[in-house]
Design a protein. Structure first.
Length: 592
């Protein structure tokens, strides 16, 4: 071959490699996007036993086409306190089986034969067929789900086309003496394992590196003797992504990544010692035979399934090894609220943000409940709890706000994107409820310090209002954490009743002030309490309306509330019914 032919072949090879890696990346991300936040729910609910964890790890990795992504997710879950270290081990073992699916898909490039069925399934035919369907779904359908499936198909087309292009452009290598010598050098287990490890570590995907090896098989020069060590090394190299991701995480998260590495190293070492040790006494004649893409898929699967079956009973030993390598320390570690590793799986990150926002809402609710108790009987310890809870809600707002801004730039399903925006818009309302709880607590402290005691009539009125405020916050938090639309629909009519209660208390206070039954000083404290309660109810209304918009996609919040109260909406009848119900439930005693 002349120099220009070499240059053209290399260009074709690099182009095929670029298309292959691009297709794998597009397909993997599209699969993750379609899975969305379901991955977190599945992982959290199905990893209770080692068998469930094994099946789960296999299934999730088969879906998202990346054991590295699965392990990185697990590291993030452990760092965030969503999963225990013990739960992740069987999922990790399962992920090593799930990752072999890709090699079977890529083995289609090695199909041979003249029958119509074989020709259909060859990449040169199958990829364009899938691509045509994919582009139709992507460009000519309005549904997001269909577009997502189209993207997956287009990624698959790019992947298989790149694989086919690589295989064709590598064919000339079988005539090159230097390439044959290179493959022979990889038959040395140490050299082959190191090459596979480095290659996979560089491209951070065992599926992609196995695909490259399958492409090389088209030359006919890659023997079992060279392929097996490279496959072993690829299994170790895939741990690099998780190890890098665990840097800076807590100890259990680092142990999760370490267990993945330990499993790979122990498996590769054990196999190498047994297989190559036996080779000293038994001649493995098949090692000299050339391999195909199908053969690589078989070896890759047999090794990973075999290693998993052998090491599964030793999972507790692997766990102890992780503790030996990363030992416990005396100082406790804080759980990270939102791990940035989860940003690599945006749908999961949104669900985690929703959970953290729910925790924030519950803390704001608890703060108000404790603050109301202080108005009845002041306790310095409870006062400190309210202060601590208010500080926590501030911290939650800062962490969530920063995280959601980063997450907003990631590819998300429309449903997840709407949820993200809802959380982002409601953070200030949750934080303000915490602030108003502190305002109530401070008013209670002033009452205690100055010896202010409301009249029996005023106490009874305030008790009715406080019961209504506690109830509306409870309903709002329940609706917010569970996305319960029926509960959300009850918030606005109750907020209207609370506004009426506040106005009535103010009117009654003015009358008592005029009649000399109350002092101006009492009025200042009362005004602080009423303001805090009324505004807390306003924020509950904002939260409920945002939830309704999330699910039903209604109009602007102000327009919606106006239409609701004026009877223009279908829900207006329910609003009127609930308003009457709460008016009756939170009625003041008659003035004396």
């Amino acid at each position: 071959m002349v120099a220009t032919d070499y240059i053209l072949k290399v260009i074709s090879l690099l182009g095929g490699l670029a298309l292959f890696l691009f297709g794998m990346d597009i397909m993997g991300k599209a699969l993750q996007k379609q899975a969305g936040g379901k991955l977190q729910n599945v992982l959290a609910s199905m990893s209770s036993t080692w068998f469930k964890g094994l099946i789960l790890g296999t299934a999730v990795t088969a879906v998202i086409q990346s054991s590295s992504a699965t392990t990185v997710m697990l590291v993030g879950f452990v760092n965030s306190g969503l999963m225990t270290l013990e739960q992740t081990l069987s999922v990790i073992l399962g992920s090593n089986i799930g990752t072999t699916i890709t090699s079977w898909i890529l083995s289609l490039s090695g199909l041979e034969g003249d029958s119509f069925i074989v020709q259909i399934f060859k990449p040169s035919t199958l990829a364009p067929m899938i691509g045509v369907v994919g582009i139709v779904l992507f460009m000519f359908t309005g549904k997001e789900k269909h577009k997502g499936v189209g993207t997956i198909m287009l990624g698959f087309m790019a992947l298989m086309t790149g694989m086919d292009l690589m295989s064709d452009s590598m064919s000339f290598l079988k005539q090159e003496a230097w390439f044959g010598e290179l493959m022979i050098s990889f038959s040395n287990p140490i050299v082959g394992i190191l090459f596979g490890t480095v290659l996979t570590a560089v491209i951070q995907s065992s599926s992609a590196s196995v695909g490259i090896l399958q492409g090389l098989c088209a030359t006919g020069v890659v023997t079992y003797g060279a392929a097996i060590p490279i496959i072993l090394g690829q299994n170790i190299g895939t741990c690099v992504t998780a190890m890098l991701g665990s840097m800076g995480a807590n100890r259990n998260a680092r142990r999760t990544a370490m267990m993945h590495l330990i499993f790979k190293i122990v498996g590769v070492t054990a196999f190498s010692v047994i297989f190559y040790g036996a080779g000293l006494f038994v001649e493995w004649k098949f090692l000299a035979e050339s391999t195909t893409a199908f053969d690589v898929a078989v070896v890759h699967t047999l090794y990973n399934v075999g290693a998993t079956v052998v090491l599964m009973p030793l999972r507790n030993v692997l766990l102890k090894l992780a503790f030996v390598i990363i030992p416990e320390k005396k100082e406790p570690e804080k759980t990270v609220l939102l791990d940035e590793l989860l940003l690599q799986t945006p749908g999961v990150a949104v669900q985690r943000a929703k959970e953290v926002a729910g925790e924030m809402a519950e803390k704001a609710q608890k703060a108000m409940e404790l603050a109301i108790k202080l108005t009845v009987e002041f306790d310095p310890e409870i006062m400190q709890q309210v202060i601590d809870l208010e500080n926590e809600t501030d911290h939650y707002e800062d962490v969530l706000g920063t995280y959601l801004v980063k997450l907003s730039g990631k590819p998300l399903k429309e449903k997840d994107n709407r949820l993200l925006n809802t959380i982002l818009y409601t953070l200030s309302d949750l934080e303000r409820i915490g602030d108003h709880a502190l305002n109530v607590a401070e008013a209670a402290q002033e009452m205690n310090d100055k010896g202010i005691v409301f009249s029996k009539q005023a106490q009874d009125e305030l008790a009715v209002l406080q019961r209504a405020v506690s109830d509306i916050i409870r309903r709002t938090v329940k609706a917010y954490t569970t996305v319960n639309m029926e509960e959300a629909m009850t918030v606005e009519p109750q907020e209207q009743v609370i506004d009426a209660l506040v106005r009535e208390i103010k009117s009654r206070h003015v009358r008592r002030l005029r009649d000399g039954q109350c002092s101006v000083e009492y009025g200042f404290v009362l005004e602080d309490l009423l303001t805090a309660f009324e505004r807390s109810a306003d924020h509950c209304s904002n939260l409920a309306v945002e939830l309704l918009q999330l699910v039903t996609g209604k109009m602007d919040a102000h327009e919606y509330l106006h239409a609701l109260k004026s009877g223009e909406l279908r829900e207006s009848a329910s609003f009127a019914e609930n308003f009457a119900k709460y008016q009756s439930e939170y009625a003041f005693p008659e003035e004396q």
